[in-house]
Design a binder for this molecule. Structure first.
Ligand SMILES: NC(=O)c1ccc[n+]([C@@H]2O[C@H](COP(=O)([O-])OP(=O)(O)OC[C@H]3O[C@@H](n4cnc5c(N)ncnc54)[C@H](O)[C@@H]3O)[C@@H](O)[C@H]2O)c1
Length: 302
């Protein structure tokens, strides 16, 4: 359990914006060394300049988290500069939606590559060096936080590819928690499950690798998903700064599940009851039928 962050090292992926940047800001205030990783060069440069200005010791590296080689290089440069990191925030992620049969192979590769393989690479690269540090010093403490989503616990329609990636991150993280507990008491794990919070997530396509040969125009369901996510994310009432504080509080308390909107967990309970009673999945719009009716009408109109 990390209780004092001063002089410790945090690695943060997706550090150029949103939760990654806000956690880096909290880390800087607590006196941490920061390893900032992001694929978007201008956002990373701005974050690096701001956090240096705030007095933090910073290593910034342009990394595509879906790329195994990039993540291994990030591991090497972290180890060389600061030693094993105490806090690893596997957070970079992208959103994409639409009816699940309309997603292309490229859509699947991009979203699963970033959201799932990015976390898998972070765990694969950093956990062994953390275990080694813990093995050499009985007082060494570390923690890994993976960013999933409420979409990792329920399955809202018209955003299946994102749901699949985030369910996988929940599975990976729960297993990581159990696996770590088999071998050490010195490294904890958490999963962050935000609901809608205003960040850059609904504009994720800004960082999608371009491939003119594969360019396709968005389908109607994808356009509808874009409008609905812009609205839901933009009108979120909990800020990314508040979520960053929740992350650090959970690390201090060695708490696994981190929920930005505990009041939204009723939908998880409904899903669990669907499973336990082997009944068909409940209509997600049962409490707001007009939204369901609008969505059905928009998708069915000729
Ligand atoms: N904001 C929300 O409502 C919400 C809800 C649930 C889960 N999440 C999750 O939170 C995490 C952080 O997203 P955010 O909301 O802060 O959005 P954001 O877009 O503000 O930040 C995401 C960061 O990840 C970076 N990134 C994208 N692809 C990358 C790649 N291949 N390699 C490295 N970096 C990459 C982006 O450049 C960006 O800086 C994501 O995993 C997202 O799925 C967000």
């Amino acid at each position: 359990m990390i209780t004092d962050f001063k002089g410790k090292t945090a690695v943060l992926t997706g550090a150029g914006s949103g939760f990654g940047l806000e956690c880096a800001r909290v880390g800087a205030r607590l006196g941490m060394n920061l390893v900032l990783a992001d694929v978007q060069a201008d956002a990373l440069d701005r974050a690096e300049a701001e956090l240096r200005e705030a007095g933090a010791t910073v290593l910034a590296q342009r990394v595509d988290v879906s790329n195994a080689g990039h993540m291994e290089a990030l591991g090497r440069s972290t180890l060389e500069r600061f030693g094993a990191p105490h806090l690893v925030f596997n957070n970079a992620g992208v959103g994409a939606g639409g009816l699940i049969w309309e997603n292309t192979v490229r859509d699947w590769e991009w979203v699963l590559g970033v959201n799932l393989m990015g976390v898998a690479h972070g765990v694969r690269v950093f956990t062994p060096m953390m275990l080694e540090a813990a093995g050499h010093d009985a007082s060494w403490q570390g923690h890994i936080v993976n960013t999933a989503s409420m979409a990792g616990l329920v399955n809202a329609p018209n955003m299946g590819i994102y749901n699949v990636s985030k369910h996988a991150v929940v599975a990976l993280s729960e297993t990581l928690f159990q696996d770590l507990a088999l071998v050490t008491e010195q490294i904890g794990a958490s999963v962050l499950g935000p609901f809608f919070v205003p960040t850059g997530i609904s504009q994720s396509h800004r960082n999608r690798p371009t491939d003119p040969a594969q360019a396709s125009t968005p389908t109607r369901s994808q356009l509808i998903n874009q409008i609905m996510s812009d609205k839901a994310v933009g009108s979120g009432k909990v800020s990314a700064t508040e979520v960053a504080h929740m992350v650090f509080d959970a690390v201090r308390a060695n708490r696994f599940y981190i929920f930005s909107h505990p009041q939204a967990l009723g939908s998880v309970q409904t899903r669990m009851e669907d499973i336990l009673q082997a009944r068909n999945p409940t209509d997600p719009f049962a409490s707001k039928p007009h939204i369901g009716a609008e969505l059905r009408a928009a998708l069915r109109s000729p």
